[in-house]
Design a protein around this ligand. Structure first.
Ligand SMILES: NC(=O)c1ccc[n+]([C@@H]2O[C@H](COP(=O)([O-])OP(=O)(O)OC[C@H]3O[C@@H](n4cnc5c(N)ncnc54)[C@H](OP(=O)(O)O)[C@@H]3O)[C@@H](O)[C@H]2O)c1
Length: 284
């Protein structure tokens, strides 16, 4: 049996969708049913459920608020993922958890590979960097997957924000000095499952192919929905956000692609499929 934690978020929702499509059995839990920071309750919950895979989709993702909520952020992104890894080990289950492109400082100007040294710039990214390390040290049947700029139906995200900002406005400004690649949570879930089949545990990068700035991403969304306003280029310094972000954090996913023998879809294709879902659900 598969356990998903944080199952109502973007990634968790797409795991549920894929398992439903494949008629696979799973237990999907979120904060209310299973708070991952209370590991003894998690252990109790798992008793007699014959869990052989734990997919941890729960996380603290508010990058700016994390600067104030350091303890909670570290608990959710570092210590709980480690505790879940130890629990998985105890019950003999495989384990998957996620990290971020923000563990890098952006000084490199070509895509980051798994061997590149991390240098996280904010509380959020420091907590994620610690989480990766603790999980990999704790359990040898764990996948730690770094991804970037996730969007999907299950939660709020940059694409949805851009659509909301555009309503009733004829001019918008989006920064062009943050560069990485947007990643569709459906692809993240699907390709995680392909990676899982290889049983080659360890650290991987998984994001949609291609490179984009926030401006490029916003422009693509706005053009796709037929917005007729003017989109201006801004700089991160204009917005004065609490957490520092890397200027460049594109992940190179070729370790995973070579292993599974498939290329990841482009971020544009991810956005096309996401917008199709939004339309089908009447959200745009
Ligand atoms: N989103 C991104 O842009 C991004 C970028 C890089 C990496 N990642 C990583 O990718 C993974 C999936 O991200 P996502 O975008 O799917 O996240 P998400 O949409 O924020 O989903 C996280 C889920 O975890 C739940 N949760 C929060 N605290 C919990 C707790 N104590 N116990 C159990 N569940 C809890 C959240 O519930 P509430 O909503 O009620 O809090 C939410 O449903 C995460 O590890 C994330 O850090 C995401």
């Amino acid at each position: 049996m598969i356990l998903i934690t944080g199952a109502n978020g973007q990634l968790g929702s797409d795991f549920k969708r894929i398992f439903n499509e494949k008629n696979m059995e799973y237990i999907g839990t979120d904060y209310k049913e299973l708070d991952i920071t209370d590991i003894s309750k998690v252990e109790e919950f798992l008793k007699d459920k014959n869990i052989n895979l734990i997919i941890n989709c729960a996380a603290y993702n508010n990058v700016d608020k994390a600067e104030e909520e350091k303890d909670l952020c570290y608990r959710l992104n570092a210590y709980s993922p480690r505790d879940l890894a130890l629990l998985a080990k105890k019950i003999g289950a495989e384990y998957i958890t996620y990290s971020t492109d923000f563990v890098f400082d952006g000084k490199k100007k070509s895509p980051y590979v798994e061997e590149d040294e991390v240098n996280p710039l904010s509380v959020y990214s420091q907590s994620k960097a610690l989480g990766e390390k603790l999980v990999l040290e704790s359990y040898d049947k764990a996948f730690v997957i770094r991804t970037s700029w996730v969007f999907g139906m299950g939660n709020n995200n940059f694409n949805k924000q851009v659509i909301n900002w555009s309503k009733g406005k004829d001019s918008l400004t989006i920064v062009d000095d943050q560069v990485s690649s947007p990643t569709y949570s459906y692809d993240l879930a699907l390709y995680t499952l392909k990676l899982l089949e290889t049983k080659k545990y360890g650290l991987y990068h998984l994001s949609n192919s291609g490179v984009a700035s926030k401006y490029d991403q916003g422009k693509y969304v706005l053009d796709s929905i037929g917005w007729k306003g003017t989109l201006n280029r801004g700089k991160s310094s204009d917005f004065n956000l609490p957490a520092k972000r890397a200027e460049y954090s594109k992940l190179d996913s070729s370790k995973l692609e070579n292993l599974i023998g498939e290329k990841l879809p482009t971020w544009e294709s991810g956005i096309d499929r996401f917008l199709k879902e939004m339309r089908e659900k009447g959200e745009i």
